[in-house]
Design a protein around this ligand. Sequence first.
Ligand SMILES: NC(=O)c1ccc[n+]([C@@H]2O[C@H](COP(=O)([O-])OP(=O)(O)OC[C@H]3O[C@@H](n4cnc5c(N)ncnc54)[C@H](OP(=O)(O)O)[C@@H]3O)[C@@H](O)[C@H]2O)c1
Length: 311
Amino acid sequence: MTNADALQGVEIAWVGLGRMGSAMASRLLASGVDLAVWNRTPERADALVARGARRLRSLGEAGACDVVFSMVLDDAALDSLHDGESGLFGAAHPGAGSARVWIDGSTVSPAASERAARAAAEAGAAFVAAPISGNPAVVEAGQAIFAISGDDAGLEVAEAIGLAIGRAVHRVGSRTEASVIKLCVNALLSVTMQSLAEVAVLADRAGVSRALLMEFLNDSAIGSPFTRYKTAPVVTLDFPPAFTPEGQRKDVRLALELARALEVPLPVLATTEVAYSSLVSGGLGEGKDFAALILEVARDAGHQLRPEELR
Ligand SMILES: NC(=O)c1ccc[n+]([C@@H]2O[C@H](COP(=O)([O-])OP(=O)(O)OC[C@H]3O[C@@H](n4cnc5c(N)ncnc54)[C@H](OP(=O)(O)O)[C@@H]3O)[C@@H](O)[C@H]2O)c1
């Protein structure tokens, strides 16, 4: 069976149209599926509705579609989707709770995924955790990847949706393994951003161009898609937000909470949490991408960075 077959005649309710949700739902709509959309702030659905998506007026209406795909900020937001009468499985809307499958792509704790899975099970629906790796630009380019884990009955449709949006889907288990993998990957990414900011400030203080540093670094063994994405902000000091410092700190904290619960010391990540907290509380990261961490590192060093041209 192809992806297109798996999604044939299936109405998908998309819940959560922030930066990531909008980019993902946009690709899904472009692939020709039958899409309905809901966002807490309704205006954020306007662009997709103008392109043919059906507007949903409530979470209950979303819960009455065949499949729900949610993409919201954090644990509290995910909890709110299945909370009470006005949630996905509440009785506030006729037909609410008849969804067969609920797939959640948000980066949340395994505990929040488990709570959502329980709520789905009580309503007779399968649940799949499907966190995504890639920022909105990566999604738009069709290069995002998913880790999926959950109930067998939901994996096929989750995989088909993942492949309609991105380039690969990794099946990693039958419970909330995907959430654990996503937190591990984001923990490494957060630490990498801090280290990148530190060496860029060091090179700059030594009188070496950050553009030259990044050009060499990206060509070396430590160069990666991530260091290439973050080259522009590190060099130009322009930080259009792909992911906010608050969001990145949220993921660091989720990984640290999991580590604490499992008695795994993560001293490097603990230090990184302090760095992101300073970036948030000091205001240097406001309205910016989390790559603005370089401004915090420079401030700690008492060093003035200047924008450079990209090479
Ligand atoms: N941005 C990235 O590069 C990236 C990459 C991979 C994964 N992620 C993950 O993707 C998820 C979304 O990130 P984002 O960058 O799209 O964030 P965002 O732009 O801030 O969007 C957050 C979304 O969550 C909704 N939301 C927040 N609190 C809610 C609540 N209590 N009830 C219902 N809806 C609520 C927002 O609705 P409103 O519009 O009403 O505020 C919005 O639709 C996060 O879990 C993030 O960790 C992000």
